[in-house]
Design a protein. Structure first.
Length: 465
């Protein structure tokens, strides 16, 4: 959280990403006196975006996968994480410096460009919301201020503030027609795509806080097409692995992580005892696309292929928010309708890459009778509304692979909705409960007297209590 070297860091980052010649073309004074004010604020956006991508798709994402039955850690540190052997020094909050600091500089200096301003606020909300979801109470209102030991804000307060921030971002973006940005790695300055991501992010955070009516309303304005997904698109840079798919990077260093025989893989396998395949659903292609083979980095042709795009905020998530929140607040038929909209998309096969698009898949529309007692989605005789929610949650679990959604849902549903939660098993025989949060970083615990006592892995965060 310390900011002693913030200006040096920002200037260095701008040089690294954009080259010193571009930034000093207009400088006629002593180049040794280059300051932040000499650098166009738009040049800080790419660095913030790439740092945020590293956080959203890095180690925390893999741990969320381990702790929700989706991934298996096979060797070294990934095996330790899979077996819940983590400590405070496993975690960091580098995003405060590498993401929040540059977007705050943009916000201070780009008031005349609502497009750049709105984008920076969405990036901030994305980072801070992920931290709040994973860690609970975090520094926010006093973060990056002159206060040396910032207080930790209540998790619910943070989500309230992020809704306000996203409202402001949406207002900026709605008024940004005709404006451009110098650099934008994610959407190349596409205002409409940023707007839709902002709305889906609002819907995600309303889901976290169980404000299902608000989540539904927000998602109605959210990502409307898979073409508008917020993705990390890896770059093929000769001799540079860091720009490639994040799973490929891990696998290139050894057989550390993969899907193995995880609960997710069993759900998709039509020969397993828990298969979700039925007369209207064939998951063959999706399972093949999802497989991560820990033994052969270059042999992976699906989600872990070296240049395969990776999802962060997507059409699938938005449709499943509409389905779940719609079923909860608008009624069975509304929820089923949105689920079938997603299934129609899946039935195009466009979510697969070319290596698997010719493999079998089927996602026919469900009808209400499928969820009646004895129907294909209600073999245990529960009420139709519960059966529908259970199917929607399971689809969120599957469609959310490689994102935080399955981990977030497991924690959100545990207290009051365990009957519709995905019942993935624990990873080691001696474990008795699922992980509820990540640990406060050691650097923060040791350096900030205002840091609360770490509640440990198994204490639910406030939104899940």
């Amino acid at each position: 959280m310390k900011s002693t070297y913030i200006q040096i860091l920002l200037i260095f980052t701008a040089f690294v990403f954009f080259g010193c010649e571009k930034m000093v073309d207009d400088l006629n004074e002593n180049p040794n006196q280059l300051t932040l004010n000499d650098i166009d604020p738009g040049l800080f956006l790419n660095g913030a975006e790439l740092s945020n991508i590293g956080i959203q798709l890095g180690a925390y994402s893999r741990m969320a996968g381990y702790w929700s039955g989706q991934l298996v850690g096979f060797e070294q540190v990934e095996l330790e994480r899979f077996q819940y052997n983590v400590a405070n020094n496993t975690f960091d909050w580098d995003g405060y410096q590498s993401v929040l600091t540059p977007v705050r500089v943009i916000q201070e200096r780009a008031s005349d460009n609502p497009l750049l301003l709105g984008i920076s606020k969405v990036v901030e909300a994305h980072l801070v919301g992920t931290y709040a979801s994973l860690f609970g109470d975090i520094p926010y209102s006093q973060a990056l201020s002159d206060i040396e030991n910032p207080e930790f804000d209540d998790q619910l307060y943070v989500f309230e503030q992020l809704q306000i921030l996203l409202d402001s971002a949406i207002a900026d973006l709605e008024g940004a027609a005709g404006f451009g940005v110098l650099e934008d790695y994610i959407f190349q300055g596409d205002r409409d795509k940023w707007l839709e991501s902002a709305w889906t992010l609002k819907a995600r955070y309303f889901m976290h806080t169980k404000a299902y009516g608000e989540a539904y309303s927000a998602a109605l304005n959210g990502i409307s097409s898979s073409n508008n997904n917020m993705m990390f698109n890896p770059l093929d840079v000769t001799g540079q692995n860091a720009t490639k798919n994040k799973y490929y990077i891990v696998l290139a260093s050894g057989p550390n992580t993969g899907t193995g025989d995880s609960y997710l893989m069993q759900l998709l396998d039509d020969t397993s005892g828990i298969s979700r395949n039925n007369a209207k659903t064939d998951e063959t292609a999706r399972r093949m696309y999802y497989v991560i083979d820990q033994s052969d980095a270059d042999g992976n042709l699906g989600v872990a292929q070296e240049l395969e795009p990776q999802p962060m905020i997507t059409f699938q998530e938005n449709m499943l928010i509409l389905a779940e929140a719609g079923a909860r607040t608008q009624g069975f038929e509304i929820g089923l309708g949105h689920l079938n909209e997603l299934r129609a998309f899946l039935n195009t096969g466009s979510f697969l890459n070319s290596n698997f698009s010719a493999e079998p898949y089927l996602y026919d529309a469900y009808v209400a009778g499928d969820f009646d007692s004895g129907g294909m989605e209600n073999m245990d005789g529960t009420d139709p509304e519960t059966a529908l929610l259970r199917e929607i949650i399971e689809e969120r679990y599957v469609s959310g692979f490689t994102t935080f959604m399955p981990f977030d849902d497991a924690r959100r549903l545990k207290k009051n909705d365990s009957d519709v939660a995905v019942p993935f098993p624990l990873n080691v025989p001696t474990s008795t409960q699922n992980v509820e949060r990540m640990l406060y970083p050691q650097d923060e615990v040791l350096s900030n007297p205002a840091a609360p006592a770490d509640p440990g892995l198994y204490e639910p965060t406030k939104v899940n209590q």
